[in-house]
Design a protein around this ligand. Structure first.
Ligand code: G4P
Length: 524
């Protein structure tokens, strides 16, 4: 197959949701369609359940599973589908944000009884920032659900995106009768006893008298509601969707595999193939001949005796070839990747080549950090992998004087993996770890001990945020750093970060130094 055709047939996307909305269940059903798995239940959730927050063995087990299910590739109907999984637990949301930099589109799963939840909003904010096209799947219609119109209003208001339903539910819960596919004009009936794919009954015309035989008195309501849908929502416009301004909405039940195939078929038709990527120097187009890619995720091996890791590389342009020499831009050195793996469902297999949109796994002994660029030779740096200000901060201290070296190495490597963020106070030289949630501290402590043989202690630290500072006026910046030296730190890349104790302290700094911009992300 020609290079351009390979690119065009790729669909690389992420499935995101608030925990428990049904992301894992939906992923599993998509894999069933792709023949990537054969029985339901084969994909274990990589989410760490709330009850397991202190269960380290569980975390370890989950980490092992999530290597296999981090990326799931399969062939379906002529398309090469790459699904990127994201951690469900909100303490690992930065990992999720990074994964979203490697996708071309997103499916958001919403629980029809709960509507938009806090994590859904946060994830949508990231999609909006990056203008990522999103499709919404409203799940669990087999249970009593909120009114479909109210759900659409809620999505528009809270997720701040226009919507266009492309399917429509007939009731929910006990009375759930099925879903009318607005895109293809067919009706699919729901049968809770059949958890398999059932051929939909094709009804080209909603006025067909046969409708009555299928759904009885609900036929009139369905017709009215569909009329209302057409009156209220503009026709689906793919360009609007591709620009990230319009979200097509589907209804279904992932558990019963209902409405999933419809969504998948429409999704494959309308979703974008690999998109251009932005580097500091220029925009990179997928159809360029020269190979380029970047590392968006690093996964530690679960075997503590072998500290090898897997770097996940998203291919942005050109054809990747095994054993060819490529330029590791940050190190300024040529590297040869001899055992790249593809992630086809549960198996990892060595591959000879890969195309834009694909993710390859590269075994790594510490030469990669998140954000690294690999190219055919050109010195470019991919953008879009910002660090976000952590929410929680602690000093990290050595718990065993004999293991100082191990501790430092461990901290360095865990930070390269993106487990948390490290700052060094310019005032007292102490190391500060910043996280999104408490669980990350526990993971760090556990992994330092088990993988590096080092002990650490965390000491409380009350900080409001990490603010990356920027100004055109160098003198003002120097003055600021001098005046606020007690609250200045360096991040892992030696950038200046202001760490105020409170929101009020930040406000004062803003008023005092109007020429300085304070950012809650490291990329602006
Ligand atoms: P997540 O990855 O978004 O966190 O959600 P997950 O798929 O694990 O689903 C969360 C719970 O919701 C699971 O039940 C799952 O079976 C259920 N679920 C998912 N989709 C549907 C649906 O369409 N209808 C109904 N009725 N339930 C659905 P659980 O009891 O928490 O877990 P499990 O023991 O079934 O795995």
């Amino acid at each position: 197959m020609k290079f351009l055709e390979e690119i065009k047939r790729r669909r690389t996307f992420g499935i995101v949701s608030h925990p428990d909305a049904g992301k894992t269940t939906l992923t599993e059903k998509l894999l069933l369609f792709g023949g990537a798995i054969h029985v339901a239940g084969a994909v274990k959730s990589n989410k760490i359940k709330k009850s397991a927050t202190s269960d380290f063995m569980e975390i370890e087990r989950q980490r092992g599973i999530s290597v296999a299910t981090s990326v799931m590739g399969f062939e379906y109907d002529g398309y090469k589908v790459n699904i990127l999984d994201t951690p469900g637990h909100q303490d690992f949301q930065e990992d999720t944000f990074r994964t979203l930099t490697a996708v071309d589109s997103v499916i958001i799963v919403i629980d029809s009884a709960k509507g938009v939840e806090p994590q859904t909003e946060k994830l949508m904010n990231v999609c909006r920032m990056r203008k990522t096209p999103v499709i919404v799947f409203i799940n669990k219609l087999d249970r009593p659900a909120l009114d479909p119109f109210s759900l659409l209003d809620e999505i528009e208001e809270q997720l701040k995106i226009n919507v266009r339903p492309l399917s429509w539910p007939i009731n929910s819960g006990q009375n759930f009768k099925g879903v009318y596919n607005i895109f293809n004009h067919n009706l699919k009936l729901f049968d809770p006893d059949i958890q398999r794919i059932k051929n939909g009954i094709l009804l080209e015309d909603i006025e067909d008298p046969d409708l009555l035989n299928h759904i009885g008195e609900d036929a009139d309501t369905l017709r009215e509601e569909l009329e209302l849908v057409d009156a209220v929502y503009p026709q689906f416009d793919r360009d609007e969707y591709l620009k990230g301004d319009l979200a097509p909405v589907f209804y279904g039940s992932a558990l019963y595999n209902f409405g999933v195939e419809e969504m998948l078929n429409v999704f494959l038709k309308i979703a974008p193939s690999p998109q251009p990527s932005v580097t500091i120097e220029r925009t990179v187009y997928p159809d360029e001949e020269a190979f380029s890619g970047f590392v968006f995720k690093i996964h530690a091996n679960i075997d503590p005796n072998h500290r090898s890791r897997i770097a996940f590389v998203k291919i942005c342009s050109g054809r990747f070839e095994r054993n060819k020499f490529y330029n590791h831009v940050r190190l300024g050195k040529n590297i040869r990747i001899s055992s790249p793996t593809a992630f086809m469902a549960e198996q990892k297999e060595i591959i000879e080549e890969a195309y834009p949109g694909d993710i390859i796994g590269v075994p790594d002994n510490g030469s990669f950090i998140i954000g690294d660029t690999i190219t055919d030779g050109e010195n470019i740096h991919f953008k879009g992998l910002p660090s976000f200000s952590p929410e929680l901060f602690r000093y990290i201290e050595n718990g065993d004087p004999m293991k100082y070296k191990q501790l430092n190495k461990g901290i360095d490597q865990l930070m390269d993996e993106g487990v948390a963020q490290l700052f060094v106070s310019q005032f007292n030289g102490r190391k500060i770890i910043g996280t999104v949630g408490q669980l990350q501290f526990e993971v760090i402590q556990f992994r330092l001990e088990h993988e590096y043989g080092a002990k650490c202690r965390f000491e409380p630290l009350q900080l409001y945020k990490a603010c990356w500072i920027e100004s055109d006026n160098i003198e003002v910046l120097t003055e600021f750093k001098k005046r606020k030296y007690q609250k200045m730190a360096k991040d892992k890349r030696d950038r200046d970060v202001f760490m105020p104790d409170t929101a009020f302290m930040l406000q004062i700094a803003r008023e005092e130094f109007k020429d300085i911009k304070f950012h809650f992300t490291s990329e602006f």
